[in-house]
Write a protein that binds this ligand. Structure first.
Ligand code: RTP
Ligand code: MG
Length: 136
């Protein structure tokens, strides 16, 4: 069954020139791009996007990081797109969890600077797509 997910290439991924690499992996997996935008992220948007982490000790630095440079936001569509992109991304910690062959496993070293975001459930995907692409 086809579904949609929100992917972000985070500021570290954009500044390292990995946008094309991420898009290429999405396309080669067989998923489609529905919407794509280079965005400068406001503090409000960052805080809403990561609201579930508001009480975590890293929340402040996470918001600083996400607002620190442009991100590329992408709505991705396809069969099992939510889980499929999470698999492409790899685990949150690029060294301890993400395996080689995943985006984080191939290109990341630090847990905060882990290059990409992908929605983690159908409810998160709907909430995040509405937040980032209110006109879609
Ligand atoms: P994301 O939401 O960005 O797709 O990442 P995720 O599901 O794999 O990980 P999550 O637990 O939702 O954490 C969100 C983001 O917060 C940063 N983080 N920093 N300093 C730390 O210990 C720490 N832990 C998480 C990462 O950028 C992570 O992707
Ligand atoms: Mg998450």
């Amino acid at each position: 069954m086809s579904e949609r997910t929100l992917v972000l290439v985070k500021p570290d991924g954009v500044s390292r020139g990995l946008v094309g690499e991420v898009i290429s992996r999405i396309e080669r997996k067989g998923l489609s791009l529905v919407a794509l935008e280079l965005k400068h992220v406001s503090r409000e948007l960052a805080e809403q996007h990561y609201a579930e982490h508001a009480e975590r000790p890293f929340f402040g630095s996470l918001v600083e990081f996400i607002t620190g440079g442009p991100v590329v936001a992408i709505v991705v569509e396809g069969v099992r797109a939510i889980a499929a992109f999470r698999q492409l991304a790899g685990g949150t910690d690029p060294v301890e969890k993400a395996v080689p062959g995943s985006i984080r496993g191939d290109f990341g070293t630090e847990v905060q600077y882990n290059l990409v975001h992908g929605s983690d459930s159908p409810d998160s995907a709907k909430r995040e797509i509405d937040l980032w692409f209110p006109n879609l």
